[in-house]
Design a protein. Structure first.
Length: 237
């Protein structure tokens, strides 16, 4: 399943469970068969508290052991969700952070439980809300190249936006209107053009391009271009 197929199909699901099954299918195509989705902070707009493992297919024995050991408190993956701007390898944390012995044991035990080649994906929304996806393979040997991480990130962002729309109370759904110019600039940026290049194409200054991007981000409640484009696609803009 490619990204466009996932976007189209996820935009038609009726329940969160259907959405999660679709995400599992998309990720399984690249060898990821273990997924856990958590609300890292309270989601006021959904009236939902923070919660670990809101949706998951992690091994039941591991989740029970994780809770018994209170690993949620010391888990480096959960901690790094708050600091990372995008998806990251668990191995990056093992190699570069000064982990405690207990934290190192956590990673070793997770691998023994069939959670290998892990990836964390932070997901941000309005009012400072943070969610996260923990992804892994039961067999390992995943291709975790830069391109693969980018694909995972886009899948995850679309999943999160649809999750929010399914769980959000109807009266809190807002209609977003982007001007023709804002939409045009987002399309060029989504195709990899820099602000300077967009300005040259449209015959406007880089400062004006930046002004329109900032307005679009504000309307979409987006913190970066990936989130803005994903939201715009999801809204049919």
């Amino acid at each position: 399943m490619n990204l466009l197929e996932f976007i189209e199909q996820s935009n038609t699901v009726k329940t969160v469970d259907e959405l999660f099954v679709l995400l599992e299918k998309a990720l399984s195509d690249i060898g990821i068969d273990r997924v856990v989705f958590s609300l890292m902070t309270e989601h006021i707009m959904l009236n939902k508290p923070a919660g670990h493992g809101v949706l998951l297919n992690y091994p039941e024995d591991w989740m029970k052991y994780y809770a018994e050991k209170s690993y949620e408190v010391i888990d480096p993956v959960r901690h790094f969700m708050f600091a990372s701007e995008g998806p990251f390898h668990w191995k990056r944390l093992i190699d570069y952070l000064n982990l405690t012995k207990r934290q190192s044991n956590l990673f070793n035990e997770a691998s023994d439980a069939g959670l290998r080649d892990g990836v964390g994906v932070p997901l941000r929304s309005a009012r400072g809300a943070l969610a996260g996806l923990g992804l892994a393979s039961s067999t390992g040997n995943l291709d975790l190249s830069k391109n693969t991480l980018s694909y995972i990130n886009l899948l995850s962002q679309q999943f999160y936006q649809v999750y929010l729309s399914l769980e959000r109370m109807p009266e809190k759904v807002e209609v977003v209107h982007l001007s023709d110019r804002e939409q045009e600039i987002l399309r060029w940026c989504a195709n990899g053009k820099t602000k300077w290049e967009v300005g040259q194409i449209l015959g406007i200054s880089e400062h004006t391009v930046d002004h329109h991007i900032r307005n679009a981000f504000k309307k979409l409640e987006a913190s970066n271009m990936t989130v803005a484009v994903t939201k715009a696609l999801h809204m049919g803009i």
